[in-house]
Design a protein around this ligand. Structure first.
Ligand code: AHR
Length: 503
């Protein structure tokens, strides 16, 4: 068996593990909101109609922020439609997903749901069909304590205290021609700058995310970020990045190495932001909000919106069923995000429920965890303290899409308060196990507190409502510490977590 040697030292850190790395996303899309988080007929529903079983699963998943209400949906959204008495709310066409939006859930319900789950809201404003004034109106409605028309409207709608939302997205994927109200980089950069400047006049404490590219493969990637930040550098805090991956043409090897693409994406956006910083003689740094990432089989039939005269409410859309291999990739993408914790300051797994999601529901019925739930939940729960720099020396693999890549992808966190060292690792090989040899110099005596591996002889296994537990992360009995080095065998197509505690 080939061996990868990983060396870490508590003195060499990249940056802190950021709670906001473990955000997610709820869009008015398919069954994410309706029959996902919201299902008044469900036996566990609360007074707002929110499913208690989904609240519990979201908590167990460990999500920290939830981006809302889109996504492509936000670019045609009128937030006023979703507040006030439900029976007076209008139904509208949702052009993004060719659906009917009944507005049964809006801003106030979303914020209440966030408080119940215990997550931070992350609100997007519509810069597609709308502009500065509507963004200001929504901010006034949400964050002004009272005494103005819109803040008093919120209070009359039952929210006496302001929502105090700090994290705001200035539109969504405005570089994409599919976006309602799509803009050029220059048009969007100006609009983002002016919207941000005005929003800070109401609430200087907001943190603002400008739209970066909707994918690294966009023809405008790089120049888009450069132009937008040249216009809006001083006004915004973060720039977004979005990336979705899937196995193409049976090329499992490249798919398992998807984090290589995410690494390059992040490095390229950081380089571009820092180039604008230098050219403009700015002092602050712009960091990344990776606020859409996941595995998504975008070409499958279930990702195609309805058409013609069919404008359904909450149709089945983007309901991908995730395999073990998909979960290994999700675990690897989280490793990439953690490895860039110095510049990735927020991230959102897209999405939370039913729509390319770790949590699935039946309308009025059962809920269950997809395979992707497990690496996310374990990483969110156990990554703590500082992310360490890791030197990796080991075998490589040839991939069609990314060339030679390391067989082992790994990141290590160290919590000085508890003394716990946690390794998250992916064996990218499609066929060979890999021996891990982790040099723990400088940590003192450690023992294995827990070692879990997610893998399966059939990596295409996917959870269903009837069976979501036959394949789970299982104890990896090969994990052991000997002479200041941790060892473990990692099966092919696997994701693992090894927790090491003071002896
Ligand atoms: O998450 C699904 C969609 O992917 C979002 O609505 C959009 O922003 C992206 O293209």
């Amino acid at each position: 068996m080939r061996t990868s040697v990983l060396t870490v030292d508590p003195a060499f850190t990249i940056g802190p593990v950021r709670p906001r790395t473990f955000g997610s996303f709820v869009e008015h899309l398919g069954r994410c909101v309706y029959t996902g988080i919201h299902d008044p007929a469900h036996p566990t529903a609360d007074a707002d109609g929110f499913r208690g079983d989904v609240v519990e699963l979201a908590r167990e998943l460990g999500v920290t922020t939830v981006r809302y209400p889109g996504g492509n949906f936000v670019s045609g959204y009128r937030w006023e439609d979703g507040v006030g008495p439900r029976e007076q709310r209008p139904a509208r066409l949702d052009l993004a997903w060719h659906s009917t939006e009944p507005n049964w859930v809006g801003v106030d319900e979303y914020v209440r749901w966030c408080r119940v789950v215990g997550v931070e809201p992350m609100m997007a404003v519509n810069l597609g069909t709308r502009g500065v004034q509507e963004a200001l109106d929504l901010l006034e409605y949400c964050n002004v304590a009272g005494g103005t028309r819109l803040s008093e409207l919120r209070r009359a709608n039952g929210a006496d205290e302001p929502h105090r939302i700090r994290l705001w997205c200035l539109g969504n994927e405005m570089d994409g021609p599919w976006q309602t109200g799509h803009k050029t980089a220059h048009e969007y950069g100006r609009l983002a700058a002016e919207t941000a400047r005005a929003m800070r006049m109401i609430d200087p404490g907001v943190e603002l995310v400008a739209c970066g590219s909707s994918g690294r493969g966009m023809a405008t990637f790089g120049t888009w970020e450069h132009t937008v930040l040249t216009e809006a550098y001083d006004q915004v805090d973060l720039i977004s990045a979005h990336a979705y991956y899937h196995e193409e043409d049976g090329d499992l090897g490249s798919f398992l190495a998807s984090a290589v693409d995410m690494d390059r994406f992040i490095d390229d956006v950081v380089a571009t932001a820092d180039a604008v910083r230098a050219a403009g003689n700015h002092t602050k740094r712009i960091n990344i909000s990776f606020d859409e990432w996941n595995v998504w089989y975008i070409d499958r039939a279930e990702s195609q919106p309805p058409s013609g005269d069919d404008w359904p409410v909450a149709p089945v859309l983007l309901e991908d069923r995730y395999t073990v291999a998909d979960a290994v990739v999700v675990g690897g993408l989280l490793i990439s995000l953690l490895r860039h914790t110095d510049r990735v300051h927020a991230a959102s797994l897209a999405q939370l429920v039913n729509v390319i999601a770790p949590i699935m529901t039946e309308p009025g019925g059962r809920s269950w965890k997809q395979t992707t739930f497990h690496p996310f939940a374990l990483t969110a729960r156990h990554a703590a303290g500082q992310v360490l720099r890791a030197a990796v020396d080991g075998p490589t693999l040839a991939t069609a899409r990314y060339g030679e890549v390391a067989a082992l992808d790994a990141v290590v966190t160290y919590d000085a308060a508890t003394g716990e060292v946690v390794l998250f690792a992916v064996n990218r090989s499609t066929s060979e196990p890999l021996a891990l040899d982790l040099d723990l110099r400088g940590f003192g005596d450690l023992v294995v507190a827990e070692a879990l591996t997610l893998s399966n002889p059939d990596h295409t296994w996917a959870a269903t409502a009837d069976d979501s537990t036959s394949v789970l992360p299982r104890a990896n009995d090969t994990a052991a510490v000997r002479d200041g080095r941790a060892h473990a065998e990692l099966p092919p197509v696997s994701w693992s977590m090894v927790r090491l505690a003071r002896a």
